[in-house]
Design a protein around this ligand. Structure first.
Ligand SMILES: NC(=O)c1ccc[n+]([C@@H]2O[C@H](COP(=O)([O-])OP(=O)(O)OC[C@H]3O[C@@H](n4cnc5c(N)ncnc54)[C@H](O)[C@@H]3O)[C@@H](O)[C@H]2O)c1
Length: 699
């Protein structure tokens, strides 16, 4: 079967693309379009043409696997050039999503008819590139720069209704889409006259041409902080070209920008994450036909920092959720924050009053634990104390439905031990959300020794339903993300003792691209949390513990590694802290020296990579890519650096091994010695990217 076919509906030719799953524009599709378009053009019996797609969507993009490889003609630009030279009306019939190259194909057509609910966008920026098939030149000409700019810079699609209002589509077909598009095409043919080509329409840009400062205003109003990313700057450049250059020169500028970005390191990293995110959903020993359990109501235990955010995730996805707390006061506090969060989103225009009301209507609240009996899934988010968790799970076991999935949001505790507090450990697993839970996309799903396959499948399905990026990990202290962070925390403290100051350490990491460094993060989370854990396990961190002993718990006390003035969240370096650090170095007999940014980054990041290697050896993570996904979506790792394991390959494992060996020697800390897997890969001249699935046990 050909991926592109032509059929006739009387005098209208219907070209159908059928390249499951998403009708990506691979080479055969482009070639098929060239052939069928030429046929339709040359057939005197054809008066108009419709391009439609089989399956669940219109063309949802280019074939990403072709990126960065030598181009095989015809290119998408060739197809679009042919489209624009067609002497008969061509109508794109859009359903599902018209994204990237798909939307560019549609922009090459004379008209666009869309099914209700379809979505249209240019998401290239999310892969570190700009559109390469004329999208940056045609979209602003069609809908104006004010609307095109945010679409291209955010990569977010708009829906059919918005697209109709913007003039991106000409009609919404309520009934059968192809029939609607055929009727539209026939009407256009009957009407006759010049066919509209977007490349010729300049009136939407006239005002900007007359006053170029207007473009700068659009940039200023829409350009978010892009922190080291190349693609947004390039996108601005080529959008400016749409105003300043003739169409064909603008196209050339776009093509040059695309070629430069697509072969660059940033886009490679972003494509790696794109694939890794999808790969992470594949659990090799999970039967393909496994059916997730049905989820109609969730119960969240605890309305604190995490419980509140987690319950919002369910309500946002339309799933009724009951929140159970220990007291009415705690419920009031929790619901106060939930309401405020929604109101803030509404004020920013992200939610209508009606939407907010309907979401709030999905919440129920109670202090009666018996409400657990209605739950299909329970997420426990009470204090991080093993005895409390066990007590709660014991109670859950007595009250919850036999089929209920019982999940804990614990950050560190042993999920298997918690599961043993029930008589149904196969229904128990970890669902580790990240703070703020209603915002952060990562969901570490912690698979216990006895977790049943359908329970795991349910957690993955629920995670996707509530818009998270689920990644399955095994049981160990801190799972993947926090365990690697611990390796970093030890070195961060060590850097202070050796001569660095908190703002130097944090500054080096923010410059690297992380949203904040370890000390800002500690102040935000509360230094008392890890202090309590250290005290319980007999460990000491000289600087952090001294701060806590002085009542400096971070933002919540207005002082931590930094000082926060008048309730502000802006960290200000504090001379008192510097004194505490200098004294600590003296007490421990460590000679202070100046430490450069590069050393700071290596000292903090290489031990994380080393811990990542151990995590892979132990089978706690299934693939290096899973670790990368965890760091990008849960810890703000810059996506254009592709996650820690991808970054390691980029730097080169032999260098990392050598540095770690040095760090271990200088500090006497044996855990800094290269992990066997890291050493082995380095010796064999391989990278993490070469190992694919880990072969060890999964959980
Ligand atoms: N804060 C984070 O950044 C974060 C991130 C991921 C996971 N976690 C984990 O999530 C869990 C909750 O953390 P948090 O930061 O939301 O804590 P929190 O102190 O903000 O909230 C805990 C809530 O649980 C309630 N609670 C205590 N016992 C209860 C019981 N028996 N029944 C019902 N409610 C009860 C408390 O009243 C409190 O409101 C912990 O296990 C923590 O390790 C926290």
């Amino acid at each position: 079967m050909s991926v592109v076919s032509l059929s006739r509906n009387d005098d209208v030719a219907v070209i159908t693309i059928d390249n499951p799953p998403v009708n990506a524009l691979k080479h055969e599709v482009r070639a098929g379009l060239m052939d069928t378009l030429a046929q339709a053009r040359d057939d005197a019996g054809v008066r108009a043409v419709v391009i439609a797609c089989a399956g669940r969507t219109f063309v949802a993009g280019a074939d990403i696997t072709e990126f960065g490889k030598p181009r095989q003609p015809p290119s998408l630009s060739d197809v679009i050039a042919l489209l624009e030279s067609m002497p008969k009306p061509v109508v794109a019939a859009i359903h599902g999503t018209a994204l990237g190259g798909g939307l560019e194909l549609a922009l090459g057509c004379h008209f666009r008819v869309a099914a209700p609910g379809s979505r249209l966008g240019l998401p290239e920026i999310k892969l570190g590139i700009v559109p390469g098939g004329g999208g940056t030149q045609r979209l602003p000409r069609l809908i104006g720069m004010e609307k095109a700019f945010p679409m291209i810079l955010s990569g977010d699609p708009i829906d059919a209704k918005e697209a109709l209002a913007a003039g991106l589509v000409d009609e919404i077909a309520d009934g059968d889409l192809t029939a609607g598009a055929v009727a539209f095409a026939r009407r256009a043919a009957e009407k006759g006259g010049a066919l509209p080509r977007i490349r010729d329409g300049d009136d939407k840009l006239a005002a900007l041409r007359a006053d170029p400062k207007k473009f700068d205003d659009i940039v200023a109003a829409n350009l978010k902080r892009t922190r080291g990313m190349h693609a947004p700057a390039k996108a601005v450049e080529v959008l400016r070209a749409a105003i300043e250059m003739p169409f064909d020169e603008g196209l050339q500028a776009e093509r040059d920008a695309f070629s430069e970005l697509v072969t660059g390191d940033q886009s490679k990293a972003q494509r790696h994450i794109f694939f890794a995110e999808r790969e992470a959903l594949k659990i090799p020993d999970l039967p393909r036909d496994i059916k997730p359990r049905e989820i109609n109501r969730a119960v969240v235990l605890g309305a604190g920092t995490m419980g509140g955010g987690i319950s919002m995730c369910f309500a946002n996805a339309g799933i009724p959720v009951t929140v159970i707390e220990a007291s009415e006061e705690a419920l009031d506090r929790g619901f106060g924050i939930i309401r405020r969060n929604y109101e803030n989103t509404m004020k920013r225009g992200g939610l209508t009053q009606a939407e907010m009301d309907s979401r709030l209507g999905l919440f129920a609240r109670t202090t009666d634990f018996d409400a657990v009996k209605d739950a299909d899934i329970v997420i426990e988010a009470v204090f991080e104390e093993m005895d409390l968790k066990k007590e709660v799970f014991g109670k859950l076991d007595r009250i919850a439905k036999p089929q209920a999935v019982l999940a804990t949001n614990t950050s560190y505790l042993n999920v298997d031990e918690i599961a043993q507090a029930t008589k149904r450990p196969s229904s128990v697993l970890g669902m580790h959300f990240f703070s703020p839970a209603n915002v952060m996309r990562l969901l570490e799903i912690v698979r216990g020794k006895e977790t049943a396959p359908d329970v795991l499948a349910t957690a993955i399905a629920v995670g996707r339903k509530i818009g998270k990026v689920p990644t399955v990990v095994g049981v160990c202290h801190g799972f993947v993300g926090n365990r690697m962070l611990r390796a970093r925390a030890i070195e961060a403290e060590r850097l202070l003792l050796e001569g660095a100051l908190p703002h130097e350490v944090d500054g080096a990491l923010t410059e690297f691209g992380l949203p904040m460094g370890p000390f800002q993060m500690g102040d935000l989370a509360g230094l008392d949390v890890s202090w309590r854990i250290r005290k319980a396990t007999g460990l000491r961190a000289e600087v952090a513990d001294t701060l806590c002993e002085a009542g400096r718990f971070g933002q919540k006390t207005g002082k931590g590694f930094y000082i926060y003035e008048g309730g502000s969240r802006t960290p200000i370096p504090d001379p008192e802290v510097e004194q505490i650090i200098v004294n600590a170095s003296r007490r421990l007999g460590v000679t202070r020296r100046p430490i450069g940014k590069e050393e700071i980054v290596e000292r903090l990041i290489f031990p994380m990579i080393n811990e990542g290697a151990r995590i892979l050896e132990e089978g706690i993570a299934l693939r290096p890519g899973d670790i990368d996904v965890i760091y990008v979506y849960g810890y703000g790792w810059p996506i254009w650096r592709g996650g820690p394991m991808f970054y390691a390959d980029h730097i080169g494992l032999p260098y990392i091994c050598d540095r770690l060996t040095e760090f271990a020697k200088n500090s006497g800390n044996k855990s800094l010695e290269p992990a066997p897997l890291l050493a082995q890969l380095a010796a064999e001249g391989r990278g993490f990217g070469s190992i694919g699935l880990t072969t060890k046990k999964v959980a």
